[in-house]
Design a protein around this ligand. Structure first.
Ligand code: ZN
Length: 288
């Protein structure tokens, strides 16, 4: 089954759930980014989290999640849209950290101190921007904290990336549960205990459970209906036009320096690694 996500809502409208299988997507993007094992887990979690949040967008809206911590990975950046298209990049793809207590040290690789930036293009004049301090630097808790504190929607996020003994990506995915207003305390309490009893999401995916089945387990005893099923895939909307804008954005002085120093300029898209070449003449045209 290709990567996809499923979004459900309880019949009373008070609980929303999203679950995603992102295995192939994370594999493909980590391959492009040439991440080491710990970096794969960190980027894979952020990609899976973005897929879950992206499912709450509509139409042509876009979402970006950026984590900037003081660890060796530097900056992780992931973008998505309502159609389940994702891309991701990582500044330093080699964390170079040994596992800690048998686990990948994602918090150490990201860094304990830093910020999660959330950027949404909702089609309004100004994009929506928000920023929260990293809580645990394990990604899932940081996203849950953002949703609960900034968006004021009590949320629980579970993200998993599992590698096999050869270091190959075996499974990746996640789920998001949200209590919608006005909320039902008894129902939230029941959901909390089901969340506590839930096995790791990658374990369920490896057993062959689908996102719908994972939600079925979480919503056991709660009537719900499926709102959306979205395929997830890697896609980079970069273009020569967009890279031109980046060059123009460097400012006239920097552009002039490039024109003087380089016969041609190569710009590599940080997400898909496509190389764009600009001749002397093209650069001069941009300089205007
Ligand atoms: Zn690209």
């Amino acid at each position: 089954m290709r990567d996809h996500l499923v979004r459900v809502v309880s019949q009373d409208g008070l609980l929303r759930g999203v679950a995603a299988d992102t295995t192939q997507l994370v594999r493909e993007i980590c391959h492009k980014q040439q991440t080491d094992l710990t970096a794969s887990v960190a980027l894979g979690r952020l990609l899976s989290g973005a897929a879950l949040l992206g499912c709450l967008l509509k139409g042509r809206q876009r979402l970006a999640l950026v984590i900037e911590g003081n660890g060796p990975l530097g900056r992780l950046s992931v973008e998505t849209d309502a159609g389940g298209q994702l891309r991701g990049s990582i500044r330093n793809p080699v964390a170079g950290l040994p596992p800690k207590d048998g686990r990948f040290d994602v918090a150490g690789a990201i860094g304990r101190a830093g910020f999660l930036h959330v950027w949404k293009d909702l089609g309004l004049k100004e994009p929506y921007q928000s920023m929260v301090q990293l809580q645990t630097s394990e990604v899932a808790e940081d996203l849950a904290w953002y949703l609960t504190s900034s968006e004021q929607v009590p949320s629980s996020v579970g993200l998993g990336v599992e590698l096999d003994s050869d270091g190959e990506l075996a499974a990746a995915g996640g789920f998001l549960i949200q209590a919608l207003p006005p909320g039902d305390d008894a129902q939230i309490e029941k959901m909390t205990s089901r969340l506590k009893a839930l096995p790791p999401v990658t374990g369920m995916l490896r057993q062959g459970m689908s996102p719908a089945q994972i939600l079925g387990r979480l919503f056991d005893g709660v009537e719900f209906r499926v709102q959306a099923e979205v395929p997830l895939l890697f896609s980079c909307p970069c273009s020569e036009k967009q890279i031109e804008q980046v060059l123009v954005g460097l400012g006239p002085a920097e552009l002039q320096r490039l024109i003087e120093e380089q016969p041609q300029v190569e710009v590599t898209c940080e997400y898909c690694r496509e190389v764009y070449r600009f001749s002397h003449e093209q650069l001069q045209a941009l300089h205007g």
